[in-house]
Design a protein around this ligand. Structure first.
Ligand code: PMP
Length: 300
């Protein structure tokens, strides 16, 4: 990871190496934190954050779902984000917002612990590469919404992703796709999944245990702009095997084509994935005026 200069912590920019917490931080013990990953892209008008308000709104929803009280308004969070990225001087970067229950008292409830907000940014390439993702169906099932709020981007439940990702890497794959408790496809460890069959796009709904992905929503809107139909519906594991194309999408991954599922070759990138990836690239880099409102220029 490429270190940047500054990290924003509760209202102050602190040097990267000093952005630290105590070992008795509540979130370290009990997973009581929520986070966001947002990207800043280079555009002809300078660096710009992609769908920043949607990411901040999801961060706010996540805090509400797990019962954290966010001590900042949307306007304050937006301003702090832009100030952090500007101070670090990135032409393009990844931004990690984290709201965690801090250090104060021990115990499960620990309501006396402060809520700490931090914003870090650094330069980070596409997380799944660009050569085609070899996907494995995980032996781990996705977190169930009856156990934890799966729509919250909360750190505790990410242990499920960590287990599945490492299982896939250890077995020689690039990424895992998780089925939910009912056996339907939910999502990957850090990305949503789409299948394309006979020109129709389909992706699991959030009720399948998938995050309400902002890139997933972006793909659906770009698809509509290209005259493609997209639907959210339950997908079977076997739908992945007989798809014409499969791709995964997320802020970290971008749009990445899946070249095989459980060693069944899909090849690609197929024509629909390629078209969407081009449209996404144009939108995030400010080359398509229809999507200019998705970009927030980085201003100090
Ligand atoms: N699912 C999971 C589990 C994720 O971690 C991510 C990345 N945030 C996504 C889906 C994709 O979401 P987004 O497009 O909003 O980044």
């Amino acid at each position: 990871m490429e270190e940047a200069e500054w990290v924003w912590m509760d209202g102050t920019l602190v040097p990267w190496g000093e952005a630290k917490v105590h070992v008795l931080t509540h979130a370290l013990h009990y997973g009581t934190a929520v986070f966001e990953g947002t990207r800043v892209f280079a555009t002809p008008r300078g660096p710009a954050a992609f769908r920043l308000d949607e990411h901040l709104e999801r961060l706010v929803r996540s805090t509400r779902m797990i019962g954290l009280t966010l001590p900042y308004t949307m306007d304050e969070l937006r301003a702090a984000t832009l100030a952090t990225v500007a101070a670090n001087g990135h032409p393009a970067c990844y931004i990690r917002h984290l709201v965690h229950r801090g250090y104060g008292e021990m115990g499960i409830a620990a309501r006396g612990c402060p809520t700490v907000v931090s914003i870090a940014s650094w330069s980070w390439g596409p997380l799944l590469g660009t050569g085609g993702v070899r996907l494995m169906t995980s032996s781990w099932r996705r977190n169930d919404h009856t156990v934890v709020p799966t729509a919250a981007k909360a750190t505790g439940p990410y242990l499920n992703s960590v287990m599945a990702k490492n299982e896939a890497l250890d077995a020689g794959y690039d990424e895992a796709v998780l089925l939910n408790a009912a056996g339907y496809v939910s999502e990957c460890t850090g990305a949503n999944i789409f299948v394309v069959r006979d020109g129709l796009l389909a992706t699991p709904p959030s009720s399948a245990g998938a995050l309400d992905g902002i890139t997933q929503d972006t793909v659906e809107r770009l698809a509509a702009g290209l005259g493609l139909r997209a639907e959210r519906r339950e997908l079977l594991r076997s739908d992945l095997y007989v798809a014409d194309e499969v791709f995964v999408c997320g802020t970290g991954a971008g749009i990445a084509h899946v070249s095989s599922v459980d060693r069944r070759e899909l090849g690609g990138p197929g024509p629909v994935t390629a078209k969407l990836a081009d449209a996404y690239d144009a939108a995030v880099h400010g080359r398509d005026d229809r999507y200019r409102s998705w970009l927030t220029p980085i201003t100090a």
